[in-house]
Write a protein that binds this ligand. Structure first.
Ligand SMILES: Cc1cc2nc3c(=O)[nH]c(=O)nc-3n(C[C@H](O)[C@H](O)[C@H](O)COP(=O)(O)OP(=O)(O)OC[C@H]3O[C@@H](n4cnc5c(N)ncnc54)[C@H](O)[C@@H]3O)c2cc1C
Length: 473
């Protein structure tokens, strides 16, 4: 740790201006605690550069003083990825002033944006030019493109458009020594050696700071039909998915699973949100169809799909949105789920991914095992079931204290993740490792894979100055 940080902080101020170097506890507070209030850290300062050149100069300065850097975007990470450790040795580098949309190339169908651009603003900029940027998640009003890239974010449209890695063509990155790599190429084909872009995406700020990105755009679909569908058993959810995928093909743009308790909680979190059907079934699916034909044709297709599934006994009831505002209403229920659940108190969260063929057996066996040990816990499941991604969360029973629930965190997660890995799944589908799953990662990946990851880290950041204590121990 620096004996006297004053000179270092003055040098930071000479690069970005004193008003953008936060070092008082009050100014730094929002940057030092995560969205779920599970992780809290300390820092020497929060630095807020305005452009790539300032990032580069700050990183060079930190390298000279050997000060670790924790990159941060919208601070919506679920695994403490953007929160520093407790030891006041590092700086948080917030990219939130670097938020410009730089260019939309309509012919190439690409958009180039600063890393601190808010995801929602990128979607809106694309929309204004009759294009779609399809990444969509409940935190889209706060999370940034840099954070989305660093975590390889997923969300509700991965089923059709892929996650952030698949949506990205080029990056600009400041390396741990402060050099700028300009890889902002809008190419769909580029086989010129190792794909550094793919290495930086998902690296959670441990290999460098992403400062800009060139992203893919898609044609805007004129029609979106959204339906909330009631299903009795998890087997039927999977059968419904198979039929929907076959009938709607690439027009099936979302297939989200929600358990009834979470819909009820969303209704409590926002009492203005009316729930359009009785919550008297084990599962609900939010299905979205996107197409380019007329609204009535889209409605016909979704109605026919649901009629077929009712006939086959897979679906007991469904609501199909009749207007854009009704569709928004249904999506609002889904988007409120993470927030509503956070209100419930401490949850033991899991962001798991499984082959779709293994979902049924996982859900059944996990419930049996967990309930045999703790009969009163509540298992709250939602997620992007069309991608095999479940947010499998365990809440304490209403009679228990949160501290009681907290003591079983490791044991619960061990059971859940063991079942996931037995089925060739992953313990992080889209949120990343951060500090939450740091210790577990070496137990879940092979020694070969861990050694390769460590070699890459050592080659790019030998002094471990980029987001230390995240991803790799
Ligand atoms: C309500 C809610 C719903 C969510 N739903 C989803 C979902 O559906 N799908 C999903 O994938 N995630 C979801 N998340 C998690 C979160 O929103 C994503 O991980 C998001 O991509 C993080 O972006 P951010 O800008 O907030 O990043 P931060 O939280 O600030 O940082 C996340 C990680 O990225 C690193 N980082 C940030 N910016 C940079 C940069 N410019 N260069 C290098 N590293 C950087 C940080 O160091 C950290 O490791 C949700 C979160 C909330 C609160």
């Amino acid at each position: 740790m620096l004996k006297d940080p004053k000179i270092f902080l003055e040098k930071c101020a000479s690069i970005i201006g004193g008003g953008y170097v936060f070092s008082s506890p009050l100014d730094m507070e929002p940057f030092l605690v995560d969205w779920n209030k599970r992780f809290r850290g300390s820092a020497l300062a929060v630095l807020r550069p305005a452009n790539t050149s300032e990032v580069s100069r700050l990183v060079s300065l930190c390298a000279e003083y050997q000060i670790p850097i924790v990159p941060q975007g919208g601070n919506t990470s679920f695994c403490g990825g953007g929160i520093p450790s407790q030891d006041v040795s590092s700086v948080v580098m917030s990219l939130n002033r670097m938020n410009q949309i730089r260019e939309i190339d309509s012919e190439n169908n690409t958009i180039t944006v600063d890393a601190g651009a808010i995801l929602k603003n990128v979607q809106l900029a694309a929309h204004a030019r009759d294009r779609l940027f399809p990444l969509s998640l409940a935190a889209e009003g706060s999370c940034t493109i840099g954070g989305n890239l660093a975590t390889n974010a997923g969300g509700v449209h991965v089923l059709r458009y892929g996650n952030m890695r698949e949506l990205t063509l080029g990056l600009e990155v400041v390396t741990p020594t402060g050099e700028v790599w300009n890889g902002l190429r809008g190419l769909r084909k580029d086989n010129t050696g190792y794909s550094l872009k793919d290495l930086y995406i998902g690296s959670e700020g441990t290999l460098g700071i992403i400062t800009r990105a060139t992203l893919k755009l898609f044609p805007l679909k004129s029609v979106q039909i959204t339906s909330l569908i009631k299903v009795a058993h998890i087997e039927q959810v999977i059968q419904l998915f198979e039929i929907a995928r076959a009938e709607l093909d690439s027009s099936l743009t979302a297939f989200e699973l929600i358990c009834p308790k979470l819909i009820e909680l969303a209704g409590i979190a926002n009492p203005k949100l009316s729930i359009p059907m009785r919550l008297d079934s084990d599962w609900f699916v939010l299905l979205e169809y996107s197409g380019s034909e007329s609204w009535s044709r889209g409605q016909e297709l979704v109605e026919a799909l649901i009629a077929t599934c009712i006939e086959r006994g897979l679906v007991s009831d469904a609501v199909i949105a009749k207007s854009i505002s009704q569709a928004k209403h249904l999506w609002e229920i889904r988007e409120l789920v993470p927030e509503a659940q956070a209100e419930l108190g401490p949850n033991i969260k899991h962001d798991i991914s499984l082959p779709i063929s293994e979902l049924v057996s996982f859900i059944k066996i996990a419930e049996t095992q967990l309930k045999s040990l703790w009969p009163d816990i509540e298992i709250l499941v939602f997620g992007h079931v069309g991608d095999g991604n479940l947010h499998y969360n365990i809440a304490a029973s209403t009679r228990e204290l949160s501290s009681q629930h907290e003591t079983r965190r490791t044991q619960v997660s061990e059971i859940v993740h063991d079942l996931v890995y037995l089925r060739n799944g992953s313990m992080s589908a889209e949120h990343g490792i951060g500090q939450a799953k740091l210790e577990e990662l070496p137990r879940r990946k092979s020694q070969v894979e861990m050694a390769l990851m460590k070699s890459i880290k050592l080659a790019l950041d030998p002094r471990n100055l980029m987001n230390p204590g995240k991803v790799l121990i």
